[in-house]
Unconditional design. Structure first.
Length: 251
């Protein structure tokens, strides 16, 4: 497939979600297993072909997410990474949409951390989307959770949409450079968006794997929290892709 074909495919994909891409976004999100330079994109599409408008709603929602991390989430020692995903990460959010949040936790703490966070956000009246409820403007939707020891997206979810979503994550908290580890473990992404994946892979910070230890008691409590929440979720509706070390609450 030629570069022009890949460009047309990428523009069509963005249009499906109501997005208009800048040349830089087009280059980064190019749907291709081949790497191309930004110069090659500019050669095919002069600037006059682009009418990219800045989305102020995105700025508002990113600001809210940053405040959430700064005022609240930084207090949770077992949270290693917080990222914004979905339409906000794609810089194409509507005013009526919520804010999707991706969380990576220390090994064997995911479900205990999720339980603590749910209690915390209720006690502090932080607007958030309830499981199975419709989205509301600017609610925080914690719909993707991972354990640092299991960062590979499951095989059945390794598709074009999730590849694009992965490279677009806007990282707001990144302890131990865990985001770099997440990127490297998901090298399947390059067969869908080679430009974006390669750009993330070569970012100029080192991967320093810092082993974290969790006490046996905490591991046991985390397991009990997992069982309790699974039972609760089953009562609420059909379970998405959920296990002890990962939770995907989105499609």
């Amino acid at each position: 497939m030629t570069l022009l074909n890949d460009i047309e495919k990428t523009i069509a994909y963005a249009k499906k979600y109501g997005a208009v891409l800048s040349r830089e976004q087009l280059w980064f999100r190019l749907l291709s297993d081949k790497k191309y330079s930004l110069g090659e994109i500019k050669e095919k599409f002069p600037i006059s072909n682009f009418q990219f408008l800045k989305n102020n709603e995105n700025d508002k929602k990113i600001k809210l997410a940053k405040e959430l991390v700064k005022k609240h989430l930084f207090k949770f020692k077992d949270i290693l990474m917080v990222g914004v995903t979905g339409s906000v990460a794609a810089e194409n959010a509507k005013a009526s949409e919520d804010i999707d949040i991706f969380v990576i936790c220390k090994k064997d703490t995911l479900w205990l951390t999720r339980l603590k966070l749910r209690l915390y956000i209720k006690l502090n009246n932080i607007p958030h989307r309830r499981y199975g409820k419709k989205e509301k403007a600017n609610d925080f939707c914690f719909n993707l959770w991972m354990d640092e020891d299991n960062l590979l997206v499951p095989k059945l979810k390794q598709n074009q949409k999730n590849a694009v979503d992965l490279i677009m994550v806007k990282v707001l908290l990144n302890k131990n450079n865990i985001h770099k580890k997440f990127v490297l473990e998901n090298n399947w992404v390059k067969k869908y968006v080679a430009n974006g994946y390669n750009q993330l892979r070569i970012t100029n910070y080192e991967l320093r794997i810092k082993k974290t230890k969790t006490s046996i008691i905490k591991i046991a409590i985390n397991y009990l929290a997992f069982v309790g929440q699974i039972i609760y979720i089953r009562l609420k509706g059909p379970i998405k892709f959920i296990n002890l070390r990962q939770a995907f609450f989105h499609k």
